[in-house]
Design a binder for this molecule. Sequence first.
Ligand SMILES: *Cc1c(COP(=O)(O)O)cnc(C)c1O
Length: 345
Amino acid sequence: MIDLFSDTKTRPTAQMRAAMMEAEVGDEQMGEDPSVNALCERVADMLGKESAVFLPSGCMANELAIKVLCRPGDDVVCERSSHIVHYEAGAPAALSGVTLMTIDGDRGRYSVEQARAVMRKASFASPGTRMICCEQTTNIGGGALWELDDLRALTELAHAHAAFAHLDGARLMNAVVAQDVAPSEFAYGFDSAWIDFSKGLGAPVGSVLAGSRDFIDEAWFYKKQWGGAMRQAGILAAACSFALDHHVDRLADDHANARRLAEGLAELPGLLIDPSLVDTNLVFFELAEGDANAFAAALQSHGVRVSVVGPRRLRAVTHLDISVDDIDAAVAAFEQVIFSTSDSE
Ligand SMILES: *Cc1c(COP(=O)(O)O)cnc(C)c1O
């Protein structure tokens, strides 16, 4: 199976597993795990923050940031396709009691003007904006990249309104490689920022959330309360450190493969896609007609797995376990599905 469902499908390599085997470990929640401590220091440094905490998931990173920085009743500004809106099980409302003020942006991004238009000051009658969120890169927005200046302008707008800025960096390292900008540059001005290791970086588990020392101290309280405090987590942190050492630069291969896939699909009849919009490793495309679920099922029977994100919209994601040959084989499988479907009609 050529699994383009998500970059979460990567499996730890033999070398990563060897690094995990050799990890020095201790009691994570007592601050005694040397591998976790080293990873947190490294990521805090990379993101230009005072402190960091190791977490089991990126969802927990987003939700801890909202919990610590907001109060029930506050507004959180984000783009309509955001992960916090669609894929975190309603946690912003359920765990923190905030309202998500969504913006219809451009491929998951929004402008300062759009943010300003929905931000409000609290009064006795209306809630106020406490946080703005940005995803770099955007997920359902299509792996799009924010320009550094646009992120800076938004963090400044947030602070001018006495609000916080949060960076969902699930795929921040994809942006780092695609734009040749340091992670600390992207995270500059954000009160909280995190990166995910279980996406394109290829680790089995783990995210690291960074911010000020006070922010991280408070995040620890909820990490414990929500059941995210761990024990010998160094075995996981070792995989994450290995990923930082060996799997960052190669994200460029995923981007090239995604572009190659998009160009291949653009040649096929019945698929709507603009390869010039494929900036990183996420490839979204539409069916001119027909049903996305049926198409995905047919593809799967030809050995290619993609995900369905709308009635006619699908997503294919390149990652560590996908080679150039896989891309060419996948395009051939698409072709077979399209021609066998048109034959039967
Ligand atoms: C995957 C993802 C998350 C959540 O990360 P998990 O590690 O799967 O919990 C958050 N935000 C974005 C943009 C993502 O793509």
